[in-house]
Design a protein around this ligand. Structure first.
Ligand code: MG
Length: 440
């Protein structure tokens, strides 16, 4: 197992995520980058992990600027003035976790190659520089006012009533201020940073947002906004107090924000393809870093993942929950109530399930068999970026091995429920046959 997961280095504090590891990571990064901006979310381990990281950076002769308690998109935006940025955060994970996420000046997370290079240096035997060459901390960064300024430059003033649930995370430092500056009446919930996340679990999923939904209803607000711990994610609640799903929010942004092209993962709804315009859809592997990379590669107008990460390249390639909040507020102000706009979006029946198999080692054989069977069928297109996604005239199927257990997951979405059932059943019977043949 490598150090890096899909979002940098992350683990339970003082088990996997130790100050020793953070120091080595800082020393390795400082070997490659000589002026680095560092920020953190409100986790209780932030000082311990960040100070060790900074010690490592300085020991390699790098200059360090601290951005303090900020959101991840704020830090990634600040990185444009440096050679790299590091955010000390574990995003939506519970309080006992922390991690390091590395940023390029254009707001892209470190690529797999950059992570590999860093990991080799972390595992190597790097020594610090001569004492006369040790790095210094230089000044503090204007990360938050700079981020607020660029967001306000790209949204119009509006005067809605908005409830913002910061979840005691990094959003407390920025989202309520941005929306007030736009002219909104803001009711801020859980806007006191607290690394124990006492108000709710930091992940902005429906079951964690009951306080937000109730407050939107009780105050007659136009909408509600929720963030995860480091505010790269944003989800919304409509004026009736219903949480808008990730697929709906993706289609909503597509309808109003996308002129030519959009990037989204292979598991996002086909509502994206059919939101009323002739838009080119680039499908990517699942994970926001892959969506960001594709937005940059394809020059797409927008990218999104249904977990609540929204990428607007006019700001940066980092998913920006703060700008996404400002943008959804602006769109509601322009196009009317969120519930009504969402009801007009295309919506399709979707069926999800999966089949378990006995041995982890069968995975490649099963997926190889599935691909061979499907290639003998009639379909419109086949995408093997992440599992196997088959596009038919009336819908699509995704067959994808689970990353965490010996299981093949199946998703089918189609123009009507009958077609979704039919596509699902056909995929399921193929997977069943391929599991059986591996068992022989
Ligand atoms: Mg996050």
């Amino acid at each position: 197992m490598g150090l890096f997961g899909s979002s940098g280095i992350r683990g339970v504090v003082n088990e996997m995520m130790t100050p020793e590891l953070s120091l080595k990571a800082g020393r390795a990064l400082g070997f490659l980058h000589k002026h680095v901006v560092v920020g953190h979310d409100p986790r209780t381990s932030a000082a311990m992990i960040e100070d060790a990281l900074v010690a490592g950076l300085l020991s390699s002769g790098a200059r360090v600027t601290r951005a303090g308690l900020v959101s991840t998109p704020t830090l990634a935006y600040a990185a444009r003035r440096f050679s790299a940025g590091v955010m000390v955060t574990a995003s939506h994970n519970p309080s006992e976790y922390n991690g390091l996420k590395f940023w390029n000046p254009d707001g892209m997370a470190f690529s797999l190659q950059q992570q590999d290079e860093l990991e080799r240096l972390i595992n190597g035997d790097l020594k610090g520089v001569d004492w006369k060459a040790i790095g210094q901390e230089s000044g503090s960064s204007d990360a938050i006012p700079d981020h607020i300024a660029v967001i306000l430059k790209h949204v119009r003033p509006c005067s809605l009533k908005v409830v913002v649930d910061c979840g005691c995370g990094s959003a407390s430092t920025i989202t309520p201020y941005v929306l007030r500056e736009m002219g909104c009446k803001v009711i801020a919930l859980n806007a006191q940073p607290d690394g124990f996340f006492p108000a709710r679990d930091p992940e902005p999923v429906d079951e964690n947002l009951s306080q937000l939904k109730a407050t939107v209803r009780a105050t007659g607000a136009d909408l509600g906004i929720a963030h995860d711990g480091d505010a790269d994610r944003m989800m919304a609640v409509d004026e009736t107090g219903r949480m808008v799903t990730g697929d709906e929010l993706l289609a909503y942004f597509c309808r109003f924000e996308v002129k030519e092209s959009v990037a989204c993962p292979v598991d996002a709804s086909m509502a994206v393809d059919r939101c009323g315009k002739d838009v080119k859809v680039y499908r990517t592997r699942i994970g926001d870093a892959f969506v960001s990379e594709e937005v940059r590669r394809a020059g797409a107008d927008f990218g999104g993942e249904t977990s609540g990460t929204w990428i607007f390249p006019r700001i940066s390639y980092c998913p920006d929950g703060i700008y996404a909040a400002a943008k959804v507020v602006e769109l509601v102000s322009e196009h009317g109530p969120l519930s009504e706009a969402v009801a007009q979006l295309p919506r399709y029946p979707l069926k999800r399930g999966g089949l378990k198999f006995a041995k982890e080692g069968w995975k490649a054989g099963i997926m190889g068999g599935v691909k061979a069977e499907i290639e003998r069928e009639q379909y419109r297109s086949l995408n093997t970026l992440d599992g196997i996604r088959v596009q038919y005239d009336d819908g699509w199927v995704l067959i994808r091995p689970s990353g965490t257990e010996p299981k093949i997951r199946i998703t089918a979405e189609a123009v009507d429920a009958g077609a979704a059932e039919r596509l699902y059943a056909r995929a399921e019977s193929i997977v069943k046959r391929c599991i059986a043949s591996c068992a022989q």
